[in-house]
Design a protein around this ligand. Structure first.
Ligand code: ZN
Length: 160
C-alpha cells in the first residue's frame, strides 16, 4: 500500500457484480493454468476514481496494467476485451510473452475467428510453416498440458 499516492486503494470486484466479465475471465484463467501454471489466477479489481468505478484485470497480487474494461455487446466481444486486458497485465507486469505457442515458442495473439475468440500464432519463419490458430480461448488445455514447474526425477529403472 502506498500512503503517498493519493489514490484510493484497488479492491476486489464484489462476487456477481459483473457476471459476464467473471465468465470471460474464467476462460482466460483456464488458459493461464495451462500456459503459466506457476501463476495464481487473474482477478478483477476496481479502482474507484472520481466517483466512478474502473474495472481492471489484475494479477493475483492486485497489479494491473493497461486499460479498464468497457461493456461489450456480445459474449465474444466481452471475451476479447477481457483477454486483451489480461494479456496487457501479464506481459507488462511479468515481462514475458504470454501465452506461448508451444509449437513455435512464439507469443500468441487473441483474434476473432468466425466469431470465436481464438489464440492466433504467426507461425514459423520457414516456408510451409504458416500462421495458425492454436485453440479457442479457454481451451488451450485441449492442445497443451500444464507443464510442471519442477521436473520430477525419473524413477530409476530396476533390473530384474
Ligand atoms: Zn505456432
Amino acid at each position: 500500500m502506498s500512503a503517498f499516492s493519493g489514490r484510493p486503494e484497488p479492491r476486489d470486484v464484489p462476487v456477481g457484480a459483473y457476471p459476464r466479465w467473471d465468465e470471460a475471465l474464467a476462460a482466460v484463467n483456464r488458459d493461464l493454468a495451462v500456459s503459466a501454471p506457476e501463476q495464481r489466477p487473474l482477478r478483477l479489481i476496481v479502482y474507484p476514481e472520481t466517483g466512478d468505478e474502473y474495472v481492471y484485470v489484475a494479477l493475483s497480487n492486485g497489479e494491473a496494467h493497461g486499460s479498464s474494461l468497457t461493456e461489450a455487446e456480445t459474449a465474444a466481444e466481452t471475451l476479447m476485451a477481457v483477454v486483451e486486458a489480461a494479456q496487457d497485465t501479464v506481459t507488462e507486469r511479468l515481462w514475458r510473452a504470454w501465452p506461448l505457442c508451444t509449437v513455435h515458442d512464439l507469443g500468441m495473439h487473441p483474434r476473432d475467428i468466425d466469431g470465436r475468440p481464438s489464440w492466433w500464432c504467426a507461425g514459423g519463419a520457414r516456408k510451409g510453416d504458416p500462421a495458425h490458430v492454436r485453440a479457442t480461448i479457454g481451451e488451450l488445455d485441449t492442445v497443451d498440458r500444464a507443464r510442471p514447474v519442477t521436473r520430477k526425477r525419473p524413477k530409476a529403472r530396476r533390473l530384474r
